[in-house]
Design a protein around this ligand. Sequence first.
Ligand SMILES: [Zn+2]
Length: 80
Amino acid sequence: MAKHPVPHQKLCKGRSTRRYKSFANRTRKKLSDKTQVVTDCPSCGDKVLSHHLCESCGKYRGVQVINKEKESEKITTIKA
Ligand SMILES: [Zn+2]
């Protein structure tokens, strides 16, 4: 007797597809519900996820969290 549960037969292609599709539909529905939590930023008016930092102005509930004006230089070459 096997110690661990082992599948007796290989699942046919349709059964695996059905299981995957139900998972995909559930996930898609969860993500589509996320559209209801999009609000407008009070300072710049951009679309923001609620309880999240504004990507365009860097503010959260009127407090400056990230300084968007100060741009950091991207490192493209390694200076040795
Ligand atoms: Zn903003």
